[in-house]
Design a protein around this ligand. Structure first.
Ligand code: HEC
Length: 112
């Protein structure tokens, strides 16, 4: 199909707009996640025994816990304070971000 020059311009403009929008969103979420990583470890994979790992966790579970902390249904002073700064969209995007980090599973050694 042949397109007219004006259609080319519109297409390129739309592509640039979409890419710029995505880049800004992912940079914004990465910045938010950096704050979480101070306590939950780099990429949400901490070795601190008092801190839960977030890497690879189920998205639905993360959303539920973050909402519970925000509403005070699950008690944790630091997490209540943290979640008060998050919008519903932030919670959704942070849950996607930590869920998207893949971790590998090593079977435990079982004596025969
Ligand atoms: C000041 C330290 C601190 C920061 C910053 C922090 N957290 Fe937490 N987070 C905790 C602690 C401590 C717990 C354990 C709470 C408990 O005892 O139930 C927790 C628990 C959680 C849980 C529940 C995990 C589970 O397995 O049930 C989620 C989800 C979570 N945090 C997400 C986040 C996200 C997302 C951010 C960034 C927006 C963040 N946290 C920032 C300290 C922190």
């Amino acid at each position: 199909m042949r397109t007219k020059p004006i259609q080319h311009v519109l297409l390129v403009a739309m592509m640039l707009w979409t890419t710029a929008g995505w880049a800004q969103d992912s940079a914004y979420i990465a910045q938010k996640a950096e704050f979480c990583e101070r306590c939950h470890g780099e990429k949400g994979f901490t070795d601190n025994p008092n801190m839960p790992k977030l890497a690879g966790q189920n998205k639905g579970y993360l959303i539920k816990q973050l909402n519970n902390f925000r509403r005070g249904l699950r008690k944790s002073t630091p997490m209540h304070q943290v979640t008060l700064t998050l919008s519903d969209e932030d919670i959704e995007n942070l849950a996607s971000y930590f869920n998207s980090i893949s971790i590998s599973l090593n079977e435990p050694e079982v004596a025969e």
